[in-house]
Ligand binder design. Sequence first.
Ligand code: GLY
Length: 394
Amino acid sequence: MNQKTTDQTQQTVRVALEARSYDIEIAAGLLARAGDFIKPLLKRPHVAIVTDNHVAKHHLATLQDGLKAMGIASTTTIIPAGENSKSFGRLEQLCGWLLDEKIERDDCIIALGGGVIGDLTGFAAAIVRRGARFIQIPTTLLAQVDSSIGGKTAINAAQGKNLIGAFFQPELVLVDTQVLTTLPARELRAGYAEVVKYGALGNVAFFDWLEENGADVLAGDAAAQTYAIAESCRLKAQIVARDERENGERALLNLGHTFGHAFEALTGYSNTLLHGEAVALGMVLAFELSLARGHCPAEDAARLRALLDAATLPVTMTRIGNGNFDADALVAAMSQDKKVKSGKMRFVLTEALGRSFLTDTVSRDDLRDFLIAQGALDKGAQNKAGAAREGSRQ
Ligand code: GLY
């Protein structure tokens, strides 16, 4: 690993939001020391912990013991792991539990888990007693570099994912790289796609570093992970500080997401394609579309593809499921995206590695042609040809 550009120990990243500012602390072994960071925030030595059954098995006792050692009492609820927990039913249950436990506005609620736990707990904290305080302890790489930072909290609706929620910032984010040792390798790689995203969208020096050291991040090297997470958080923190409510620049963090969400929707948000994997493919397509439109050098698109490919992330749609995606179905899914404004699809495209921009100038026809060139099926044309053959036989 390149020693010159990495810090072996703890890193602190500040999210500067005036009265709502907070720190992200990153290091190996922080979970056991959580009480050191949490105690100064508390008005009374009592917290509520929300976690899921998978995370509880590996990490709950370490957190509880660490808090106890600092004289902090805790009460815990364990909810079922998985996206289904981001529901009204589970939110109601969680709020009821917090009230039963007499959690007050000044108390801290700790979200110990991945994106589902963070999003659900953050939203519950935002609404219970009109807002309690909360702390994120993310346990997946994806949550450590993205969903635990910046205050987006939500549950899902029948109409789509994350459609009901609030911007509500945590008081502290504690990132322990050691918890990644219990994360399945596929989930670590999926989270790594979001790490690559930061290099690709806004920090080419970090992208260069990942080309040299990305394998160490994936192999579990604590110093490499600490540095990669801190660099990711630094860029996200800067963007969130400038545009907390996504009126502009924050949308750049959605690089690869418009394409990615369409593939997730067409594979039923299932295990066939994890969110980070969809983002990997989506970023490759965003760079290819930028290249096709003359914005971005071919070399940069090739470098992005190679970095993601080296992590065995999907870089072509043919690697996902049976590889058959209908171009019209993809365009239709993209037209449903949350980022559509005044009926226009918005894409994050790029001028080069580290230099992304937003545009709403990609037409549906251009998008369709592009997707077919990238390997999507032209079922519309195939159906017409089939009908014509039938007609000529009659
Ligand atoms: N995950 C994108 C954002 O937080 O804005």
